[in-house]
Design a protein around this ligand. Structure first.
Ligand code: KG4
Ligand code: ZN
Length: 334
């Protein structure tokens, strides 16, 4: 089964072709990073305009890379939320036009489910039940996944998402955007024990709070301009990693679950990956992360997710699919 998948929820326009759920025949992408950088954040109208400029080209490129034609596709998959409404609508419109012309089904996908299914782009996919720690620029969620698409939220951030905290700390240090990879690189040269940043709510349930940590780092930078950036990055990253590891462990122990999926853009962070692996292995919990290229936003994960969603549905009703900017983890668009 060949699925053409489209992702346009934020600032990456992405198109992939996935065969039988885990063979990536094409995975193309165009980043808008440079265009937004000069504004210091993502400008929604600009994102939508740039998706419109790139989407047609990327569909053609993906087909070329896969050496297939549109007539070889069996299903069109598209992210319908959460994300920026104008940006989502570009992907949805393109997907609707393709499905209608080709007379094949269209399956709207929850972007958060896509991040989880990024780990299914593998020859040995995870098995349920499992706990997911989804950490991205917009979300920080601990979820229980009982089976395919039976997801419930155990805890989430009460303020900033982890990726957002990385991005804001990087901005305060003048490092650029996105902050995660830049902080991770700088932290390799620093000492994580230099500054004892707060680990908010670490023993207090499964919700998270990162705004106090972020503010504490920003205040430290303002008060002590002589601190080495490398030490600040390493100390901040260690605090984040301690919090994520403790909460993920608590979630696994509380639900007696022995598989943990770490996914979302922040899952690309090797320091966090390593600490999770080290602590979880002491409790016989297996940690699974997506391949590096599938950690941050991409369309391959949307295609993988669509394959499994399609298999759980008896039929796909023909209906108008709308953008759902605030879609939550527990909801399937279809
Ligand atoms: O999943 P994603 O690509 O987009 C959203 O759905 O939000 O995540 C982007 C976020 C950004 O905040 C970025 O700074 C963070 O993921 N990120 C990282 C790393 N790579 C990306 N954070 C920490 N370490 C990294 N290596
Ligand atoms: Zn994402």
């Amino acid at each position: 089964m060949n699925i053409l998948a489209i992702e346009s929820s934020c600032d990456d326009t992405a198109v992939a072709i996935i065969q039988d759920g885990n063979r990536v025949l094409a995975n193309t992408q165009s980043s808008q990073l440079k265009a937004h950088q000069k504004f210091g954040g993502i400008v929604p109208e600009l994102a939508a305009r740039m998706h419109t400029e790139k989407i047609h080209f990327l569909i053609k490129k993906a087909l070329h890379n896969a050496a297939l034609t549109l007539q070889d596709m069996d299903l069109i998959a598209v992210t319908s939320g959460p994300g920026l409404e104008g940006a989502l609508l570009i992907g949805l419109s393109a997907a609707k036009a393709l499905a209608a012309t080709l007379q094949i089904p269209l399956l709207p996908i929850n972007h958060l489910h896509g991040h989880i299914y990024a780990t299914f782009l593998s020859d040995s996919p995870p098995t349920f039940p499992l706990i997911t720690l989804l950490v991205s620029g917009g979300h920080t969620i601990l979820g229980h996944c009982e089976d395919h698409f039976k997801f419930t939220i155990l805890g989430q951030t009460r303020d900033d998402a982890v990726g957002e905290a990385f991005d804001k700390v990087a901005r305060a240090l003048g490092l650029g955007y996105p902050g995660g990879p830049l902080i991770e690189a700088m932290a390799t040269q620093g000492d994580p024990t230099t500054i004892a940043f707060p680990r908010a709510m670490i023993r207090d349930g499964l919700d998270f709070s990162f705004s106090g940590l972020k503010t504490s780092v920003i205040q430290k930078i303002a008060a002590n301009p002589t601190f080495k950036k490398e030490d600040i990055c390493a100390s901040f990253q260690a605090a984040v990693s301690d919090i994520l590891t403790q909460k993920a462990l608590d979630a696994c122990l509380k639900t007696t679950t022995n598989t943990l999926i770490l996914c979302g853009g922040v899952s690309a962070n090797r320091y966090i990956q390593n600490q999770l692996q080290r602590i979880m292995s002491q409790h016989n919990i297996t940690v699974i992360t997506p391949q590096f290229d599938f950690c941050t936003d991409n369309a391959a994960m949307i295609g993988a997710c669509a394959y499994h969603r399609f298999n759980t549905l008896d039929s796909i009703p023909k209906q108008e699919h709308l953008a759902s900017p605030n879609l939550s983890l527990g909801i399937c668009p279809l």
